[in-house]
Design a protein around this ligand. Structure first.
Ligand SMILES: [Zn+2]
Ligand SMILES: [Zn+2]
Length: 295
């Protein structure tokens, strides 16, 4: 679950633990601002101690929404490069394993050139240091100007960045669906898995943002919905979670939080689906194997 850091970093850990999570994600600061919060050493130490005490891993940082590595405006591009480097620094200080990044928007420019700018920015970050945390590029919903909503486009960026910074990708199910991957269908799943395998390799898939989609297939809308209540639907998620290519990858929910009940309910739904798909694996292992071969 993505959990709030209100009350300090350790509070986010407590929230994840109270929900029974085995992985969680945070914003290290207000994601709609540039200001970074300087954390007291005691706060960081308390967070690190919890990571040692509780079996919750990976811990993930989601970067600010203001970052645009593809920006043609030099000041914004520079600020974005600096902030990604700072988030990597924060991740190492608190012991987070991954930093998730939306690479950005071409903002009216030609996308291939914008991807080159994003890659150049990431190359600069890569040159600034060696981090234990790995950067994950997240697929976006295909809104106007998005430069990395398709797997091939993400690979175009990854391929231009020196190794050592990018650990792989974070696949957001809502964004994939909105960008035209019909992950609710077996054919759509096979296409997506095939593209990941072809362009980046299966090992690049390090994290999944599990969200249903308010928008229809190919809508380009980045609007998350509760699991099973959107256009992907409960059957769609059952198919997705039962697909061997996507199993074994940590899942983080970024579903809406309107009431206190929302997070526990979404988690219950996902855990129920995981149990169902696990038990059907046992009873129909022959079928599962052939599906696996088909991908
Ligand atoms: Zn996401
Ligand atoms: Zn989103």
């Amino acid at each position: 679950m993505h959990t709030s850091i209100a009350g300090g970093l350790p509070a986010s850990f407590e929230r994840a633990r109270a929900l029974g999570c085995s992985a969680f994600q945070i914003f290290s600061h207000n994601p709609r601002g540039w200001a970074l919060t300087r954390r007291a050493e005691g706060e960081i130490a308390a967070f690190r101690k919890m990571a040692g005490d509780f079996d919750i891993s990976p811990v993930v940082i989601h970067t600010s929404y203001l970052i645009n590595m593809a920006s043609g405006a030099p000041a914004l591009w520079r600020r974005s490069v600096d902030m990604v480097a700072e988030e990597m620094e924060i991740a190492d200080s608190i012991g987070a394993r991954y930093v998730v990044l939306h690479t950005g928007s071409a903002s009216g420019d030609e996308p291939a050139g914008a991807r080159k700018r994003a890659a150049a920015g990431l190359a600069e970050v890569a040159g600034r240091g060696k981090w234990r945390a790995g950067l994950l590029l997240e697929n976006t919903a295909g809104e106007r100007g998005d430069i990395a909503s398709k797997i091939g486009e993400m690979a175009d960026i990854v391929d231009r960045v020196p190794s050592g910074l990018i650990a792989g990708i974070c696949l957001d199910t809502c964004h994939a669906f909105a960008a035209g991957y019909d992950i609710a269908s077996r054919d759509g799943l096979a296409i997506l898995a095939g593209e990941i395998r072809k362009h980046l390799g299966k090992r690049s898939l390090r994290l999944i943002h599990l969200n249903d989609s308010k928008g229809v297939l190919s809508s380009g809308l980045d609007r998350h919905e509760h699991i099973g209540e959107g256009r992907i639907g409960i059957e769609g998620f059952k198919r997705f979670l039962g697909e061997p290519f996507f199993s074994g990858v940590p899942l983080i929910l970024e579903t809406p939080k309107k009431t206190e009940e929302d997070d526990p309910r979404n988690l219950r739904v996902v855990r129920g689906l995981l149990e169902e798909t696990a038990s059907s694996d046992d009873s129909t292992s022959g079928v599962v194997k052939s599906r696996h071969d088909a991908l």
